[in-house]
Design a protein around this ligand. Structure first.
Ligand SMILES: [Zn+2]
Length: 518
């Protein structure tokens, strides 16, 4: 019997060993991209849902004499902790704890640009930021320009009532974002939302900055138009105050221009605004603006990437109902405690996507900073496309991805930080004259183009106005009508991501045993 058992055990071990060999025939063979993606998707399916029991019980009889507005803007997918970002676990805990102090009097708002900007957020098109915002119980979010980066439908699906593709528990606002085809606002969005706090009715009107279409790839925004802000939201506020008995109005804008804020300060009577929440400019700024009827309207903008939380407190005089406010921003920082459940969730996401983002593609041969990287990136684009010259916008190479210390193992994740946008490569044939037109703008070029006053050389040879040149760029720049790219001939666009060009350029250096020095 004992012998039989031993034979059985031996057979079992052999089966196990053979099993291992068949599932991993060659452990040294690098996985294909498709294999890595399949692995990441399988890992993500196994990540437990983020559920936090945050049940705020409003006491309906509680007399509300103040309202606290906590705000986040331009989060840009900063779920994980980095040198700059405090991470969603810290910010989440802060927001939950602060709301718990006065659940009846607190609301949490987002002023847009929440999803686009890091590998782990971009991978599922912001779904994990939505899950975090649900867990933390955001009350509303306004749509920012970067919400258009993947096509706005990718974000609007989070409010389509279909739970299978992810769903925001809070409204998406965009009072002045209209569809050119029918003049209606975007589907699944609302111009405003009303939140009841005790006996108080708080109206939140969401809008995007006037003219911000120019900060969106043309192909993604061509069907939409951003209407003038005061003429759009003024009548909405009037309706809220006059017909819906709203007591307090918060202007929630993916906007921070002084022009807009002054125009909001010009709204009076039934159209008056009580607080302004800003975004887009990544400023850490708390201030107030005096309205034309002499009220001090608090304004806040809370940096970017989860570095700050904005905080406005409005005090409501119980007799006169007069509202006075103060604003501030609170730095999150690495010393704040993390929320355990959120931390576990983010770590699970990092772990699940590690085969993709933690893949090392090279080593930093120097301390890498932004501006050399901009020129290097344009050179890499030129080389990849065999163009004569390449143009990119320096803003696409993100300053907050730097510095990268000498000796750092550079990963795909680093490249997502450097170039978070899914911009694609485009090439075109232009004349020397058209290239001169491009030089009037502040685009960055590949280093082989040298312009000193009217003297322009490409590879040391003077630019010939009548000659044609092959020119490479990225869709975000290429499709803007102010540049002459679209007037050229033989336009080629195969959908290749600019980020992938940069990844391949670093990998090529590594294969040649070189460190990456931009
Ligand atoms: Zn923005």
């Amino acid at each position: 019997m004992k012998k039989l058992f031993r034979i059985f055990l031996l057979l079992w071990i052999i089966t196990l060993t053979v099993g291992c060999v068949t599932t991993n025939p060659n452990p040294n063979k690098p996985k294909t991209e498709a294999e890595v993606l399949a692995e990441v998707n399988k890992n993500l399916e196994a990540v437990d849902e983020l559920t936090i029991d945050v049940s705020f019980v409003p006491e309906t009889d509680d007399p509300i004499d103040f309202l606290r507005i906590l705000t986040v803007n331009d989060f840009h997918g900063a779920l994980a902790e980095t040198d700059q970002a405090a991470g969603a676990a810290r910010m989440g805990k802060y927001l939950i704890d602060q709301r718990n102090l006065n659940p009846n009097e607190t609301i949490v708002l987002s002023a847009g640009d929440m999803f686009q900007g890091t590998g782990i957020s971009n991978y599922r098109r912001g779904l994990d930021v939505i899950k975090w915002m649900n867990a933390v119980k955001f009350d509303a979010m306004t749509i920012g320009n970067h919400e258009f980066d993947w096509g706005i439908s990718e974000i609007l699906k989070y409010r389509d009532g279909d739970l299978s593709n992810g769903e925001a528990d809070f409204p998406l606002l965009g009072a002045n974002i209209v569809q050119k085809a029918n003049g209606q606002i975007l589907p699944n969005t609302e111009p405003y939302t009303i939140i009841n706090k005790g006996h108080l009715k708080v109206g939140i009107v969401g809008y995007i900055g006037y003219g911000l279409e120019s900060d969106i790839a043309v192909g993604m925004v061509k069907d939409y138009k951003f209407e003038s802000i005061p003429t759009t939201i003024g009548p909405i506020i009037e309706d809220l105050r006059k017909n819906q008995q709203v007591d307090i109005i918060i202007a929630l804008g993916h906007d921070g221009s002084e022009t807009t804020n002054s125009m909001l300060a010009g709204l009076t009577g039934y159209q008056a605004v009580d607080a302004i929440v800003n975004g887009h400019y990544h400023l850490n700024n708390s201030d107030y603006i005096t309205s034309v009827d002499n009220r001090e309207i608090p304004i806040v903008q809370a940096g970017s990437s989860g570095e700050y939380v904005g905080d406005i407190t409005l005090n409501i005089n119980p007799i006169t109902k007069k509202i006075t406010g103060v604003s501030s921003t609170v730095k999150m920082g690495s010393s704040r405690p993390k929320h355990d459940s959120i931390d576990n969730y983010i770590n699970a996401l990092i772990h699940a996507t590690a085969p993709l983002f933690s893949r090392v593609i090279g080593v930093a041969g120097t301390t890498i900073t932004k501006y050399p990287t901009v020129t290097w990136a344009a050179d890499a684009l030129k080389a990849h496309t065999n163009a004569d010259v390449a143009f990119i916008n320096s803003g696409g190479i993100r300053g907050d991805a730097f510095p990268i210390a000498k000796g750092t193992e550079v990963t795909v994740g680093h490249l997502y930080k450097i170039m978070p946008f899914d911009n694609t490569v485009k090439t075109v044939t232009l004349t020397g004259t058209q290239i001169r037109v491009i030089l009037n703008f502040s685009l960055s070029s590949s280093s082989n183009l040298v312009a000193k006053g009217s003297s322009v050389t490409i590879d040391g040879v003077p630019l010939v106005d009548t000659r044609t040149y092959r020119v490479a760029s990225i869709d975000y720049v290429f499709d803007q009508k102010q540049y002459p790219f679209l007037d050229g001939t033989n336009i080629e666009a195969d959908g290749l991501l600019f980020r992938d060009v940069l990844i391949k350029a670093i990998e090529k250096m590594t294969q040649q045993n070189q460190e990456w020095i931009p």
